[in-house]
Write a protein that binds this ligand. Structure first.
Ligand SMILES: [Zn+2]
Length: 437
């Protein structure tokens, strides 16, 4: 473990698909070439002083001493408030003071980078400060990445010494994404083997200053122990709430998560008769107890609506979620409820609903979790979880076109990877993999 771990990675960029013709001088930095056009501005006759908002510093405090003697910083803050809330600026926010280089070097504008995609430009005028919006132009492109796992996925991320210049934070996020997509097929903590292989494509937006915003993973493949799993992003309703389907249009997700909390230890399983430690009697335990430290996030295991949110004498702080097809899930003994969760709230799978605690009848912090269908208790540990919905029939034509294009992105990866993989897998005596799919 350790020194030998590395990820053999490959990253490329597919065609630049959309571009904005406008370039702005952003934060006084060099504008890199992100499109096909050369920057259209000449060197600005100005000098830029950059200040960064410190922890607990207000915008007014940052402005102090930076403005012209006859300018009141609160006028500027007031103008800023017409478009954004200065109290919501985060520490690290960049404020650029632009001054004419010619004497007298008076202030020309103050740019406040509200977030990565929005900068407010404050301009002095005889009638006071004015604000205008500078939206950062972005270029959207498609990136594809592939790699072979040498030890574990986590080692591949953190111990990598051959990342081909990839930002480690990005790699980390990629693996979170892969885990998210393939968690139903593969247990990443137990099933990953040396020689496993992945490839995926994703959308990204590149800003003129070179920073990026990652979009969805569009398509992904994981070859685990010689078996190939594929997933394609598809948004049937076009409302941004898409999900992943396999190459046949079946959901890669199940209707329920296997467990409502991560990194758990099962302290008491489903049983029709067990000795209750507090009640000192034998009674059925028709759920699963997950021991976890107080405050551990509890997640809704499936999409649904909250139908109970109450403090119960035995269950303590309890939430019951109603799902489709007669399913309900119950989460009990919680320390507290997540903000905004009340009776009638719609929740999506994996949404935070509360925190582990020991309210009600409980000897230690744990989550009591129940599943029922049409009122009948099911054992959460052993139940065969129902699959998520497939691509809707009425969207089938759109799906076919989009999924073909998105899966084809994966085939842009260089052949040697598949050759290497086939050799590895065959060498271990397993079935042929990707190439033989
Ligand atoms: Zn229990």
């Amino acid at each position: 473990m350790g020194s030998g771990s590395k990820i053999l990675g490959f990253i490329g960029v597919l065609g630049v698909m959309a571009s904005s013709l406008a370039f702005v001088l952003f934060s006084g930095k060099e504008v890199p070439m992100v499109g096909l056009l050369a920057p259209v501005f000449a060197a600005a006759p100005e000098r830029v002083e950059l200040r960064v908002l410190k922890q607990d510093q207000t915008l007014g405090e940052l402005l102090e001493g930076m403005l012209e003697p006859n300018d009141d910083q609160y006028d500027l803050v007031l103008a800023f408030m017409e478009r954004a809330d200065p109290r919501r600026l985060r520490p690290g926010t960049e404020v650029a003071f632009r001054r004419f280089t010619a004497a007298p070097s008076e202030l020309r504008a103050v740019d406040i980078a509200v977030d990565a995609d929005l900068t407010l430009r404050m301009t002095p005028s005889p009638a006071g400060w004015r604000s205008s919006v500078m939206t950062t132009p972005v270029v959207t492109d498609t990136v594809w990445v592939s790699g072979e796992i040498q030890t574990t996925l986590w080692e591949a991320v953190t111990g990598s010494d051959n990342r081909e210049g990839l930002d480690p934070r990005n790699l980390n996020q990629f693996f979170m994404d892969l885990n998210d997509i393939f968690q139903w097929q593969v247990d990443f903590s137990r099933d990953i083997r040396s020689g496993d292989f992945f490839r995926f494509s994703y959308e990204r937006a590149v800003r003129p200053d070179g920073t990026m915003r990652r979009g969805h993973v569009l398509s992904a493949e994981l070859v685990n122990r010689g078996r190939s799993y594929q997933a394609v992003w598809f948004d049937p309703n076009g409302d941004g709430n898409g999900t992943y389907y396999d190459e046949d249009g079946n959901s890669v997700r199940l209707r329920f998560l296997r467990s409502p909390i991560e990194y758990r230890r099962i302290s008491s399983g489903f049983s029709n008769s067990r000795f209750h430690p507090i009640l000192q009697t034998w009674r059925a335990h028709r759920g699963t107890d997950y021991a976890a430290s107080r405050g551990t996030p509890v997640r809704a295991t499936g999409n649904g609506v909250v139908i109970e949110r109450e403090r119960h004498s035995t269950y303590g702080n309890t939430i019951v979620v109603r799902h489709s097809n007669g399913w309900t899930t119950r989460y009990a003994h919680m320390n507290g409820f997540a903000p905004g969760i009340r009776v009638g709230s719609a929740v999506d799978q994996s949404d935070l609903i509360g925190y582990v605690g020991m309210t009600g009848l409980a000897t230690g912090p744990h989550l009591h979790y129940e599943m029922r269908q049409y009122g009948t208790f099911k054992d959460p540990e052993t139940i065969q979880l129902p699959p998520g919905d497939p691509v809707p029939i009425e969207q089938w034509e759109v799906w076919e076109t989009q999924s073909r294009a998105r899966l084809a992105l994966l085939d842009r990866l260089p052949l040697p990877w598949e050759v290497r993989l086939a050799v590895n897998v065959l060498g271990e005596g397993d079935a042929p993999a990707a190439g033989a799919r």
